[in-house]
Design a protein around this ligand. Structure first.
Ligand code: NOJ
Length: 530
């Protein structure tokens, strides 16, 4: 087993619009991130992943890319990016970019050319189809953000495909020039020194070349939103994707120490296929979203850990996440006390953890009034709670105006409870979520059993999840009470000093069966490691 940084290290996900605004326009920027690198170094993470910072009309806040090799003026310049990269590297922090390969902006020059005429040489870079025989869209495919996945372009009389907004036309990855052009952008950033890519929406890369209708989803409930009405059989997870990803991996492997992370909302048995085969590896870290999906019970958590571990191929390195810019925040989903237990699990499970900005200080979703909604998904499909503004609220740095995020008017509301939930206040408070994250990350660095060791899941005891982590004769026990009441845990023959707890003032060692306090989780160093 090699100790690549992306295996033992931790990743921090920055949503650039909301992290730190250096120029007072109310939107975060690269200079803002650069000025806050010390926070990340102090926290103890190893890499930051930036959601897109490329030139973009911002219809989907950067996930609609108009130029793959530039920086949007809202975020700064290419020189600002180089400075950020240099300063991050000087602190031992890697930088990962978001590669939005499935689609571009409708204002990308490639699409502007493509829509100009049926005969344009970029026509086949996107997916164009004639209307259905009786008129209307070519088939029943749906956009993830509501409505059909097809928009009619009146000038040329054909429909183009968009898996997301109509402002985000899907590229045609069956056309070799598309791959060549996107791989050119990948090289551009790798040559500049970026440490890897998070691959956006990567399961959508290929679609059925016969354009067959998707089947209805028999278990659809309206509150899931219109997209879930169909099973995405012909628009996601197609076999052709693997060969393209293997070629991307071969390119990236030409640059030592780089990583590919894949956004894939798939069941384990499908997810793990994206590690690729031994002879043709693909993604280093296909994202494991299970902790975002399950009911937060010990039974579900233990099952998720067991099933994920069992599904992993031998060379497949695991990974875990608790939140991102598309999902309600962990402290809102689970409550502040259980969010601490979740952080302990995230940072002690086997595999690379990704921390979503603000989760380290226990930020919660910030509601946005209907008239202030920014997210296009919420605008298209209002009222179902699908909108993503609440988890994108500005980072809180101090208790000053706008929580120190901006001197201007923040693009999304900062929210309440700023006095307690901010970096400066929590730095001074050993009981804070920030202090817990720092202790956990320091322990991960100090204990190879956490960064690289094996994992043995112990039988669940009621509301308590427990596992061992072992490396080179050193063994740690992790015990987590997911109930808001005290729970007994019997460690069997296991004994040893408590290295870390979510709570202050607990026992220094586990003496045999003991009571975990409500919402308590701890890490124990086992005395008789085998
Ligand atoms: C997934 C991203 O995480 C999300 O924010 C974005 O809207 C879609 N892909 C489309 O790019």
């Amino acid at each position: 087993m090699s100790f690549d940084w992306w295996r033992t290290g931790s990743i921090y996900h920055v949503y650039p619009r909301s992290f730190m605004d250096a120029n007072g326009d109310g939107v975060g920027d690269l200079e803002g991130i650069r000025g806050r690198l010390d926070h990340l170094a102090d926290l103890g993470v190893d890499a930051l992943w930036l959601s897109p910072v490329y030139p973009s009309p911002m219809a989907d806040f950067g996930y609609d890319v108009a130029d793959y090799t530039g920086i949007d003026p809202l975020f700064g310049t290419l020189e600002d990016f180089d400075r950020l990269l240099q300063d991050a590297h000087a602190r031992g922090l890697r930088v990962i970019l978001d590669l939005v390969a499935n689609h571009t902006s409708d204002r990308h020059p490639w699409f502007e050319a493509s829509r100009r005429a049926r005969g344009d040489d970029k026509r086949a870079w996107y997916i164009w189809r004639d209307p259905a025989p009786g008129g209307g869209p070519p088939n029943n495919w749906l956009s993830e953000f509501g409505g059909p996945a097809w928009t009619l372009d009146a000038r040329t009389g054909q429909y183009y495909l968009h898996s997301y907004l109509r402002e985000q036309p899907d590229l045609n990855w069956r056309h070799p020039a598309v791959e060549e052009a996107v791989f050119g952008a990948v090289r551009f950033w790798l040559d500049r020194g970026v440490d890897g890519f998070r691959l956006d929406a990567i399961s959508h890369l290929f679609k059925d070349d016969q354009f067959r209708d998707n089947p209805p989803n028999p278990s659809w409930r309206p509150e899931q939103g219109p997209y879930k009405r169909l099973i995405p059989l012909h628009v996601a997870d197609l076999p052709e994707t693997h060969a393209a990803l293997a070629r991307l991996r071969a390119l990236v492997d030409g640059y030592p120490g780089r990583v590919l992370i894949g956004e894939l909302y798939l069941p384990f048995e499908r997810l793990v296929t994206y590690y690729g085969r031994h002879a043709a590896p693909e993604i280093h870290l296909p994202t494991n979203f299970v902790l975002l999906r399950i009911a937060w019970t010990a039974e579900e958590i233990a099952r998720a850990i067991g099933e994920y571990e069992a599904a992993l191929p031998q060379a497949g390195w695991p990974n875990w996440v608790l939140g991102n810019h598309d999902k309600s925040r962990v402290a809102t989903r689970l409550g502040p006390a259980q969010a601490r237990v979740a952080a302990l699990l995230l940072l002690t499970l086997r595999g690379t953890p990704t921390i979503y900005y603000g989760d380290e200080i226990g930020m919660e979703d910030v509601p946005v009034a209907p008239e202030d909604v920014r997210d296009p998904w919420e605008r298209n499909v209002p009222g179902l709670g699908l909108g993503r503004d609440p988890e994108r609220s500005p980072m809180r740095w101090d208790a000053g105006p706008n929580a120190g995020f901006t001197t201007g008017t923040p693009w999304l509301p900062v929210g309440g409870d700023v006095e307690r939930v901010n970096v400066a206040a929590q730095r001074a408070d050993p009981g804070s979520p920030l202090a817990l994250h720092r202790r956990l990350l320091a322990l991960r660095r100090a204990e190879p059993a956490l960064g690289a060791g094996s994992l043995l899941l112990l039988p669940r005891q009621g509301d308590v999840v427990a596992y061992e982590r072992r490396h080179a004769g050193r063994a740690l026990l992790v015990v987590a009470n997911v109930a808001p009441e005290a729970r007994r845990f019997d460690p069997g023959p296991r004994r040893g000093p408590v290295l870390l707890s979510t709570h202050a003032g607990g026992p220094e060692a586990i003496p045999g069966p003991f009571l975990l306090r409500p919402d308590e989780a701890l890490v124990v160093l086992l005395s008789q490691a085998g």
